[in-house]
Design a binder for this molecule. Sequence first.
Ligand SMILES: Cc1cc2nc3c(=O)[nH]c(=O)nc-3n(C[C@H](O)[C@H](O)[C@H](O)COP(=O)(O)O)c2cc1C
Length: 455
Amino acid sequence: MTTTSSPDAVRRLRDDVVGRGLVEVLPAAFLAGVTRFGRPPAAELDVLTADATALAGRLAAGDVGDGDLPLLTRVLHVAGHADLLAAHGVPGPAYDVLGSFRENLTRPLGPRQTERPTAGARRWPLLGRTVGFPIGVPACVLNGSEAWVRHNVANGWNVLTYKTVRGRAHPANEQPNWVFAAREITSLQPGADADVVADPWDWVAPGSATVSSVNSFGVPSPAPEEWMADLERALAAVGDEQLLLVSVMGEGDDLAADFAGTALMAQEAGAPVVELNLSCPNTLDRSAAGVKPPLCLDADATVAVVEHVRRSLDDRTGLVAKLSWLDEPSLAALVLRLAPLVDGVAGINTVQSRVRRSDGTPTFPGRELAGLSGIAVREPALDFTRRLVALREGGGFHFDVLAMGGVTDPASFEALFAAGADAVQSAAGAFASPFLARDCIAALAETLPRAVEAP
Ligand SMILES: Cc1cc2nc3c(=O)[nH]c(=O)nc-3n(C[C@H](O)[C@H](O)[C@H](O)COP(=O)(O)O)c2cc1C
């Protein structure tokens, strides 16, 4: 995968850093970022301090080369200068995990392609429409506003799900909310529990195909007046090669009615397709673990929600149910009941996992459980998609499948598509690799099967 834009990126970046007078303040700003949510063990902090100080010395002396780019990227990003990396076309994480949900809402990070990557005139069918190359970003903080939608479209992502919104404003959980799970570099087996060790200062190099992350945002949402107006603008910003779905979630005692009310707000704002987040692993609860299990583990409650929403929405509005990984009998039973009600099934959501720091304390204060995704959930996602597609074929159903989980490179995109997905999305991969859609399109635009004539 391509990670750098040009061979002299380091030199140009160095000149810019020096020109802006940043060299001297860089080590302290980097260490402030590293220690924002806790202090690394002394030995680790010493190494990071020495590395950043030595890098500043080389920058001042004009003695930096290509080999310095990984450290320079980390130091600039963590020190709050992601904009500099983007300006020089150098990939970094697409989201500022040190900033709040609000601060990130209108500020996508990372380079933007000057020319939108496309598969030319080729189109693929999806939810009664056609789209360009069927790769996208699922419901997550990388798709929480018009600004993000525009950014993602420019970088080649065509199947975008606007981040889950609610029927009333809801704050994010206490920070940190999103941490690299740098030790999780292989996939769990389907159904396996994960016990994750992740420190807030952990780092994964941009473009890494083995990225995993854990998140605990708690499904924050702006107030409906705010998100509905923003959503209207976001819908106006997508072209006929893209599809913008809108993810919604209900809450409270009358869960089905609240889901339906929120879905109606999305429809009123112009959403062509509503996705129901039936699988959130981060909903706060007063239980010992601090969070509830995903709703889709309760089949009756899930079906009640989907039925209520289907009855409430206009027939022309598409409906997608987003699920977590479920075992064989649970998925089979649920799909049988959902298939007549929905136009699509999406999955998997993050895998609810126990997450601790290397010193044993919770990575996310007050929440023992959080959502794991990226390469760690690749096999569960493949397993879920294969079984979902088999249930569709076996039952003679017609719903589309939006697959996600562990897509971090063209091969993992292709594996989910080959399993029968109609579109494939990536959250952790898009976070770590802003050029992922471009790389998948470059590798597969001409050969990806199941294309159709544009209408
Ligand atoms: C930071 C973050 C926030 C997410 N927020 C949502 C959300 O609001 N609604 C939702 O349905 N899924 C959410 N997800 C789950 C993703 O849409 C996706 O299902 C999951 O991350 C698996 O894909 P991945 O392995 O590519 O990350 C979130 C994931 C991440 C990483």
